[in-house]
Design a protein around this ligand. Sequence first.
Ligand code: FES
Length: 284
Amino acid sequence: MYKVVTKRFLNDAKTICLFEIEAPLIARHAQAGQFVIFRLDEQGERVPVSVAGYDREKGTVTVMVQAAGRTTKMLHTVAEGDVISDIVGPLGKATEMEGLKKVCVVGGGVGCAIAYPIAKEMHEKGIEVTFIGGFRSADIVILKDELKAASDKLIMCTDDGSYGEKGFTTVFLKQEIDANISENRPQFDRVIAIGPDIMMKFLADVTRPYGIKTIISLDPIMVDGTGMCGGCRVIVGGETKFVCVDGPEFDAHLVDWDMMMKRMGAFRPQEQKAKEHVCKAGIF
Ligand code: FES
């Protein structure tokens, strides 16, 4: 059993919630870019979530979870002091930062929660970080102060212009790349993008002509998280990869996006059915 020591909603819409969970063994080894899988109870769905932070001394890991499906909505009802059944990790590979000097980190929606610890660690290592955070509207914006502190330049944007700049992350990434060229500044030696698949696919299209290495973090359906079940299979550079052990980060220019998105939609009818479930106790 793992105790929730802190719970805090991160946006006005209360769609994304931070949980700090007592898990000393995970906290001891966790690094930015890795993830954990949790189950609320013994019969529960296994849900992968990225590590958003860790405190090795306190023995806690932090995750930021969007209430998107039935299980994540149930998680949002868990209170401080409550316990969840299982949390395993850290899983996957940590973000590669070796040799980087200037990076653009792009987060879309809850993807900003995953991108934040990566940007923070890079910033602390002295890597120049430009962070572009994109959201649908002001009420779902998260981590305003944290992202500012974790970057040299922060661009926040919303689809409807209700917070920050109006427009999509793709537009602002291209502007920054072009500005580096026109103003004779060093170009980004890496772009790291985390968010909806469609956003990451289009960001890869932006950087491809410039030849800027672009890394994305995938979040497919997972079961065991150890490379055994094949549930998280993707094609990268023509080869089969398993996100849980080979990823979650991959070269965006090599990902077979069509196959990836097709697989992500494979369980949509079941997900929809689960979402339509009405909790008779009125808890979620
Ligand atoms: S989750 Fe089973 S192989 Fe990755």
